[in-house]
Structure formats: structure tokens, C-alpha cells
Design a protein. Structure first.
Length: 109
């Protein structure tokens, strides 16, 4: 069975969201990385279509509302994905976040 990834694709400002380029760039990079993982991981890797819901504009500043990340955390207990993927750890995680991070050269499966 393929390892199911949930991508978190976000920008910090409404202006960045309206421009859209960063969101598209991140999505393209994640799709390319999943294509590489598809060949590298026994059983393969995929992003179920419903897992693209964690995409949009959201601040990473402490004490700001974080709808995307909160939804991702809530959904993590629903067995709809096995792992989270993002282009850079600052795009999905903050100092006050409870998701453990891995070193840049590690991939926890």
C-alpha cells in the first residue's frame, strides 16, 4: 500500500495568496518530490486528492489563527494520511506547534 502524504502548502500574506505563484511553485515541488518517493519507497507514495485541502494563506506568527494547521492536526487522527510533506519546515511548522520535526537529511516513515 502506498504511503499517503498530506501536503501543507501555504503563504503568509493575502497578497502572496492572490499572486498565487508561491502556492503553485510549492505544489509543483511537492508533486515532483512525491514522484521521486513513489520509486524510492516500497509500496510507493501518493497524495490522495482530498489531502490537498491544506493549502492557502495562513500566518506562522505565534498567537495567530491557524486554520490549515489546526485542520491538519485534527485530521491526523482520522487515518486519511500517513505523513505530512511541505517544501520547507517554516511553511508548515512553528515554534509553538506540537508536530515533531525531523532533521533536513532525515525522513521519518
Amino acid at each position: 500500500m502506498a504511503l499517503r502524504f498530506a501536503p501543507i502548502v501555504r503563504v503568509s500574506t493575502e497578497k502572496q495568496k492572490k499572486k498565487g505563484e508561491s502556492l503553485r511553485t510549492q505544489e509543483t515541488q511537492i508533486r515532483q518530490y512525491i514522484a521521486m518517493l513513489e520509486k524510492a519507497i516500497p509500496g510507493g507514495a501518493c497524495i490522495p486528492e482530498y489531502c490537498w485541502q491544506y493549502k492557502g494563506q495562513e500566518h506562522a506568527t505565534p498567537n495567530q489563527e491557524r486554520v490549515l494547521l489546526d485542520r491538519l492536526l485534527k485530521d491526523s487522527s482520522k487515518d486519511i494520511f500517513d505523513a505530512v510533506i511541505c517544501c520547507h519546515e517554516s511553511l508548515g511548522f512553528r515554534e509553538d506547534c506540537c508536530i515533531p520535526r525531523c532533521a533536513p537529511d532525515e525522513l521519518y516513515l
